[in-house]
Design a protein around this ligand. Structure first.
Ligand code: MG
Length: 203
């Protein structure tokens, strides 16, 4: 895999093994259509997915409102003052995402969607080959991302979910909850985990 920038230089929370899996999944899925990620933040996962679609001639929609999840807000655990717009008094990770996608030479393959899942999903009508869910980690946000995007997956498409912690002592349970929901739906086969990344295939 050719990653034009060092992923370690990009802010974010994704293990390189998870990134490599995303690269392979995006490359393989691209034969079925475009890919979409929910929660681009500064673009770490975007680089891996973007490189995958680049190498297969696909396309990636990179969805994020860029105002930060609950845990990114001022006073919260993952707040980053460098991503704070002082004039607006709001978080803004879009400049960082654009910079990283441009540095990686991936602008042709990555289409940023700067809005919420709910807004982007309202009139969405494009069948998807891969959806990577790594947005807000509240149960409400994770459930909403799952409900909005999973229905657009074509047969054979990949649903990948980040931050799966079966043991509540290791982390928040919302991603694990939607993973369980997807499994229980009978609509997916389990394709195994890479660290905290769950991978399912739409039947
Ligand atoms: Mg994550």
């Amino acid at each position: 895999m050719h990653l034009p920038v060092n992923a370690d230089d990009v802010k974010g929370f994704l293990h390189p093994e998870e990134g490599n899996r995303l690269y392979e999944l995006a490359k393989d899925a691209s034969r079925l259509g475009p890919c979409l990620e929910v929660g681009s933040y500064c673009g770490k996962s975007t680089l891996y997915l973007g490189a995958g679609v680049r190498d297969a001639g696909g396309q990636l929609f990179a969805l994020d409102h860029h105002r930060g999840s609950e845990e990114h807000q001022q006073g919260e655990e993952y707040h980053d003052p460098e991503l704070f717009d002082r004039q607006l008094q709001r978080m803004d990770s879009l400049p960082e995402l654009r910079r990283n996608v441009a540095r990686a030479g991936l602008e042709e393959w990555v289409i940023p969607l700067v809005t919420s899942s709910t807004s982007a999903g309202r009139f969405w009508n494009i069948p998807l080959a891969l959806v990577f869910i790594d947005g807000g980690h509240s149960l409400q946000a994770a459930l909403n991302d799952y409900r909005v995007w999973s229905r657009h997956l074509v047969s054979g498409a990949i649903l990948a979910i980040h931050d799966i912690f079966p043991d509540p002592a290791d982390g928040g349970q919302a991603p694990y909850e939607i993973y369980q929901l997807a499994l229980a739906s009978g609509l997916f086969e389990d394709c195994g985990m890479t660290r905290t990344l769950a991978v399912l295939r739409r039947l």
